[in-house]
Design a protein around this ligand. Structure first.
Ligand code: SF4
Ligand code: SF4
Length: 90
């Protein structure tokens, strides 16, 4: 199966490379291989594949990543599994 890609240019993911220490944690937790490490710093390589789950921001020890989590497909899927409203996703 190919890589899932969502609507283009709407993702809220932001990376501050000045703060990044290059620990690689965001790469480990990202389910869609959105980030990569280049010259000791993270880089957003595949922005449109981001599902705004928030795992990278939650696990970044340097607060270098921000994302408006909880509004995307990941939340919809979780809500659907729990039988809550807002449980539909593309
Ligand atoms: S929000 Fe989720 S999908 Fe997007 S870059 Fe972070 S870990 Fe990956
Ligand atoms: S988790 Fe944060 S500090 Fe570590 S590589 Fe990713 S952005 Fe950089």
């Amino acid at each position: 199966m190919g890589q899932l890609v969502y609507i283009k240019d709407v993702v809220t993911l932001k990376l501050d490379r000045e703060k990044c220490t290059g620990c690689g944690m965001c790469l480990l937790v990202c389910p869609h291989t959105v980030l990569s490490l280049t010259n000791g710093s993270a880089e957003i390589e595949n922005r449109d594949a981001c599902m705004e789950c928030g795992a990278c921001a939650q696990n970044c020890p340097a607060d270098a990543v921000t994302v408006n989590a909880g509004v995307g497909c990941a939340t919809a899927v979780i809500n659907a599994a729990l039988g809550r409203e807002g449980g539909s996703c593309c």
